[in-house]
Design a protein around this ligand. Structure first.
Ligand code: GLY
Length: 366
């Protein structure tokens, strides 16, 4: 748990108040809808959220007025043709600049729906109702929108803040374990970059028997940390890059695993990326050796093994070169000096990166 003082500071920093964590979802949504006409309400869902999550907002006033589009679920559909479907739907059903698009679903739906809304007629307002852990603690918050392109994650997109993000942890009660821990990785990242208190509460939480009332408070605190960095630097010129800890290597693992029979979930890839980048943090920022081993083993105990060989290094290195944080030929990392002390724009040599991959590979071969 964060100390009262730290929580107060975070709340003051996150001045935009654009995120609500609630178990009164309908109430929060109704107040968002108040200033939009009945014929200007649009809903984007995928086939999963349509079936399993929409019933939870069915008591929302005027829900029957929404014009709804259902897109196919799955990361493989986070592509331009899905965006085109949403644009076409908005265009044919009379959406204009006074419309509101509500995105209900996991990160795929919130990223695509918010991109389609942000670019349609140069921008329509949107609300995200994230239904997975990953979307609640990360993807739906902070205004990053977009889709995958040319084999690269989120290669095309814009940053545009939502009118509101409404988080209801009741959605998480039906989430399977792997998707649950996938989102949890982003919470661990928030602890590592900002707060030992948050990290400690995450370590003490029983992931096999989640206590959902406890989880709601933890998600609130995690989102406050995310929003703190977003509010300080919405367009990621500077300190928002803190949120990329674990992601330079994580995205490379994720893209690389797409070729395998069992692609990694995003959060698992980030968890493995955090282990590798903890090693780089030790090399480049003086992160304490003992804590690096302790945290790496704890993360492995949650996510299990991901085996790589030295033959994979060249391609992983090449994939890291595509990271959006790079400037020119340098591969830039967000590293940590200690828990809660971030250093951004730290470039590492190829040798250092390979040494970190050695650490990760050896940990997985024990
Ligand atoms: N997922 C990192 C960010 O929103 O900046």
């Amino acid at each position: 748990m964060l100390s009262k003082r730290k929580e107060k500071i975070l709340k003051q920093m996150a001045t935009n108040n654009s995120v609500i964590v609630t178990d009164k979802l309908e109430e929060a949504l109704n107040s968002c809808l108040a200033s939009f006409p009945d014929d200007k309400l649009f809903l984007v869902v995928d086939d999963k959220s349509d079936r399993f999550c929409l019933p939870l907002i069915c008591d929302t006033l005027r829900i029957e007025k929404f014009k709804k589009i259902v897109i196919p679920s799955g990361e493989e559909n986070k592509i331009l043709s899905s965006v085109e479907k949403i644009w076409l739907f908005l265009s044919k059903r009379g959406a204009d600049r006074k419309s509101l698009v509500v995105n209900l679903g996991g990160g795929m739906v919130t990223d695509l729906g918010s991109f389609a809304a942000s670019t349609f007629k140069r921008g329509v307002q949107y609300v995200n109702i994230p239904t997975t852990m990953l979307a609640q603690v990360d993807a739906s918050v902070g205004g990053k929108t977009g889709f995958n392109f040319n084999g690269l994650k989120n290669e095309i997109g814009v940053i545009n803040q939502p009118l509101q993000v409404i988080i209801d942890t009741r959605f998480l009660e039906t989430l399977d374990h792997e998707n649950f821990i996938s989102g949890y990785a982003e919470m661990i990242k928030h602890g590592l970059i900002h707060s030992q208190d948050h990290l400690t509460e995450l370590m003490n939480f029983d992931l096999l028997k989640p206590d959902y009332s406890l989880l709601q408070g933890m998600i609130s605190r995690s989102v406050l940390i995310k929003n703190y960095f977003v509010a300080k630097d919405p367009t990621e010129k500077n300190i928002r890059k803190a949120l990329n800890f674990g992601h330079t290597v994580g995205h490379a693992f994720e893209s690389y695993s797409l070729k395998s029979a069992n692609p990694l979930l995003h959060g698992h890839a980030v968890a493995y990326g955090m282990i590798t980048e903890l090693y780089l943090s030790r090399l480049r920022s003086g992160f304490p050796d003992g804590n690096m081993h302790f945290l790496s083993k704890w993360i492995m105990s949650i996510y299990g093994k991901f085996r790589i060989t030295t033959d994979d290094y060249a391609e992983l290195y090449e994939l890291m070169g595509h990271d959006k944080k790079n400037e020119g030929r340098r591969i830039n990392f967000t590293l940590i000096k200690s828990v809660g002390e971030v250093e951004i724009n730290k470039d590492c040599t190829k040798n250092q990166i390979f040494e970190a991959l050695d650490y990760f590979r050896e940990l997985n071969n024990i």
